[in-house]
Design a protein around this ligand. Sequence first.
Ligand SMILES: Cc1cc2nc3c(=O)[nH]c(=O)nc-3n(C[C@H](O)[C@H](O)[C@H](O)COP(=O)(O)OP(=O)(O)OC[C@H]3O[C@@H](n4cnc5c(N)ncnc54)[C@H](O)[C@@H]3O)c2cc1C
Length: 157
Amino acid sequence: MRRTDKEVRDQGWIDAVLTKALFCHLAINGDEYPCLVPMNFVWHEGRLILHSAPDGEKIRSLRKNPRVTFAVETDPELVTHTTACGYGMRYRSVIGQGTARFVEEYEEKNNLLKVLSKKYTSCKVDDFQLDKLAHVILFIITPTSLTGKNSGYPLER
Ligand SMILES: Cc1cc2nc3c(=O)[nH]c(=O)nc-3n(C[C@H](O)[C@H](O)[C@H](O)COP(=O)(O)OP(=O)(O)OC[C@H]3O[C@@H](n4cnc5c(N)ncnc54)[C@H](O)[C@@H]3O)c2cc1C
């Protein structure tokens, strides 16, 4: 990272950003152009868990090439100044690369979908019925690299 003063290597800090972020930006190799989609996810045991409808460009592209790059950010805040050049952004962000794996087996899919649901709802989450799960694609991204960047915030978690 060019701005080494902003680089964060602390895994706990990176985990905290990935846990707090409400959604990620997922970049996949497309046919003509890169395929980029915002998606909900949960950071669980060092992996991203995501769900989707079975069809569409991103799933088609992922099946061709499961290697992805993802980015998340939390706490974006405009830093104002009296001159335009003095403006900036405060943020915490993480960028990672990894490989996606589609989860097909009922038990694993059910458990991970429950973990994902619990991040976003305050409802009691029961087991999903087999026929309902058939309409949902679930995939896991295992990162091969993760970098953290902190701009303008103190480093404590
Ligand atoms: C905050 C947020 C969270 C989301 N969470 C999820 C999630 O967890 N799971 C999920 O499957 N989807 C999620 N979505 C929707 C997701 O971004 C895609 O729109 C959706 O997954 C369909 O993608 P696709 O490649 O199948 O698109 P397709 O229906 O195949 O359409 C492809 C084309 O449509 C356009 N397009 C696709 N998505 C968008 C978009 N978001 N905005 C503008 N243009 C678009 C692009 O031009 C793209 O080339 C979320 C969106 C947002 C904004």
